[in-house]
Every structure is written in structure tokens, then in C-alpha cells.
Design a protein around this ligand. Sequence first.
Ligand SMILES: [Zn+2]
Length: 284
Amino acid sequence: MDEQVVHVSCDGSLFAKHPKMDRLINGFLRELCPTKQTKVFSAQTAGVIGSAMLAACYHHNNSHCDDSKSNPNSKCQSYRMEIVWRNIFLMITLHMASVYGAYLGIFHARYLTVMFNYLYLILTGLGITAGAHRLWAHRSYEATKSARILLMLLNCGALQNDIHEWSRDHRVHHKFSETDADPHNSRRGFFFAHIGWLMCRKHPDVREKGRTVSMKDIADDPVVQFQRRYYKPLAALFTFILPSYIPCVCWNEDPITSIFASTTRYTLLLVIVLSYHSDLDFID
Ligand SMILES: [Zn+2]
């Protein structure tokens, strides 16, 4: 069995370096990835679970050097996966808050708040499925300007990158499916394809080959470009502020319960959409 060393560069230090932790993580990797001997090598820390899982999901052979779909003339480059600790921290915080939000939703929230968030989840989901995915990324149908504005606003409530970026990533995903240029390359494993790709810097091929994907139609759409220009305030307003505020004003919901219920709704939609990238990747 060939031993492959996966370099995981850490820019944070959550665990003190300890040889026992190295052995623990490398044992864990052997369980996850039995066909490849993989080692975590970290300059600053012994690694954490996030590093281990990402490293296990990273197949060193899956570089564009030997990928038939890649440019055969491209030079072999070594790729060092760089973990974005801020995103890992955000994901952990988000999921913990969502568990608490689910508890509040079951035991404390008003019935109307739960129904409202369920409806809002469906609608903002349409902002991704009918909007960013079908309308903008695939151009499966035409839509009037008012329909595009509505879908754009619903898309803001999903907070999954603006339509321009979402469409570009998705077109790259289809054009270079299962290569390093695929932002959520499923050949790098279930965890990477599901959520790991949001926890590390994009492979250079994603950016490089992403430039070959035509985005003229998206760049020419004033609705998409308006959203891109004001994405942060729009996303904050439609993802958290408005759906938290409406239950408080309309049926006197407790503000804390409403905020956490909104967080749970958002996380649920995120998990559903990310599932399309991993376990449901064949549906496009
Ligand atoms: Zn698709």
C-alpha cells in the first residue's frame, strides 16, 4: 500500500501539539480511507477533526495531473489544501445554534412561528432551485423581470452566495464534473462534496477553469447585478432580520425564539441544498 502524506496547513491552533493526537487522527484516517494510507501533517497543530476529515476526503491521486477531463498539456502542480478555520468555526456555531433553535421551535415557539418558518424555507428554497439553479445557471426557462426580481429576493433569503457566484460555480461544476475544477468534486469524498468544500480554499483549477465558463448572460442581467452589488445587506435582511421580525410583530413571538427559529430554518435549507452536491449529486 502506497503511503500518501496529505499536508494540512493550519492557520489556527485549537489543540496543543501532542503525539497522541497525531496517532489518534491517523488511526481515524485509516478507518475512513482504508484503501489509501493517509497522514495528516500539520506545522502548527496535531490537527483537529475537521482537518482529519478533509484530509481523508482528499485523494492525492485526484490531482488534475492524471485527470482525463483536464487539459493534458497542463503542468503538474502540487496542491496544498488550505483550511479556512473561520468557516469551520461559523459552521459549528451555526449548527449548534440551530439545535437550540429546533428545541425552542418544538417546546416554546408559537405554532404560527413554526408554520411561518416552514413556508419561508420552501419559498427561499425556490430562490435556489427555481432561481439560481434552473433559471440562471441552466437557463431552463425564461422569466419576466418581475418574476426574476421575486426569485432574486427569495434567493437573498437563502444566503448561499449571490446568484452570479452560485451560477458560475454551478456551471463550472457541470462542465468539469468530478475533476479538481469542480468546486464540490465528489471524487474527493462525501464529506468534501457535502460541506468540506466550504471549509477550505478553492482548488486553483476552480478559479483557472472557471474563467473558461461563459457568464455573459448573467453579467448582462441587471437583476442579478443589483443583487450582487447589495448582496450583504439584502441577504442579512431577507435571511435573518425580516423572518425574525415578522413573528414578533404579527403574533407577538418571543424575539430570542424567533431569531433561533430563523437560524434553524436557514441551516436546514443549507443542509438540504448541500445534499444535492453530495448524496444527491446525480440530480441536476
Ligand atoms: Zn445543475
